[in-house]
Design a protein around this ligand. Structure first.
Ligand code: ATP
Ligand code: MG
Length: 235
């Protein structure tokens, strides 16, 4: 009997990987084309450069989408190490601070300094946090407000909350926000929150979400302090 095709994550991850190769070639050649065209000073050459820029933008969007997709379906084992969650949050915030400030967004943080070290895959936690910060930023695009990131202990969990004073979500959006490919943004892919959920759940954690239209959104990621994530299985 033929073996059923069950390893979807490997199959889909492989497809994303294969698609990225020709995209890199397209990207590279578009850049060369852009260089050539920008040497000409005719209106025609100028129009060509604009078209090439448009194509480059779309190629980059596809590349980001495929990378996000690969991360979402990845089954690569978690790299769990005892980490200080506050340090990770502070680091990501520092990295994003300039962009947020330039957009007129106020940045605040509240850290629970008594949080113990907890087992985390730092890169994945950073990715999840970044996705939440980017969403908060987008939500405050038209009316810059305040982004607050806080940490605290809640029972057996270390909780990180990302709070914005942005547009918020109506009931329908809130219901679907974590669904794969759901997006209300013109150029959104809808992979950000599913990735947050998957990362937190792989750690054995929980995601919380509260939002009110016109008031803002609060999304929390709770990571188990004792570590009940995938890596601890069988240990
Ligand atoms: N902080 C927020 N405030 C308001 N709406 C939000 C917020 N975070 C998420 N949403 C809503 O949930 C939807 C899904 O979010 P998600 O991050 O999964 O995708 P996206 O941001 O649209 O695209 P991308 O794949 O680039 O992240 C968003 O399109 C938006 O409607
Ligand atoms: Mg997003």
């Amino acid at each position: 009997m033929e073996k059923p095709l069950t390893d979807w994550s490997a199959l889909l991850g492989g497809l994303a990987h294969e698609l990225k190769n020709p995209l890199s070639t397209i990207n590279l050649n578009l850049q060369l084309l852009r260089e050539q065209q920008s040497m000409g000073d005719t209106p025609q050459a100028e129009r060509s450069v604009k078209k090439v820029d448009l194509l480059l933008g779309e190629v980059e969007r596809l590349q980001t989408m495929l990378t996000d997709f690969q991360r979402l379906v990845s089954n690569a084992p978690l790299d769990m190490r005892e980490k200080n969650l506050n340090d990770i949050v502070a680091d990501v915030l520092e990295f994003e601070n300039e962009d947020l400030t330039r957009r007129g967004i106020g940045v605040a943080s509240q850290f629970d300094r008594n949080l113990p070290l907890i087992p985390l895959d730092e890169n994945l936690v950073r990715q999840a946090l970044l996705n939440l910060i980017v969403n908060a930023r987008d939500a405050m695009e038209d009316a810059p407000g305040t982004l607050t990131v806080s940490t605290r202990r809640e029972g057996d969990y270390a909780l990180v909350e990302v709070i914005d004073t942005g547009v918020g979500m109506d009931e329908e959006t809130l219901k679907r926000a974590f669904a794969v490919y759901f997006s209300t943004k013109q150029r959104g892919t809808g992979l950000g929150l599913p990735m947050v959920r998957r990362i937190v759940e792989r750690h054995g954690g929980i995601v919380t979400c509260d939002s009110s239209p016109g008031v803002g959104t609060r999304i929390g990621m709770g990571f188990p302090i004792k570590g009940e994530g995938e890596c601890d299985e069988g240990s």
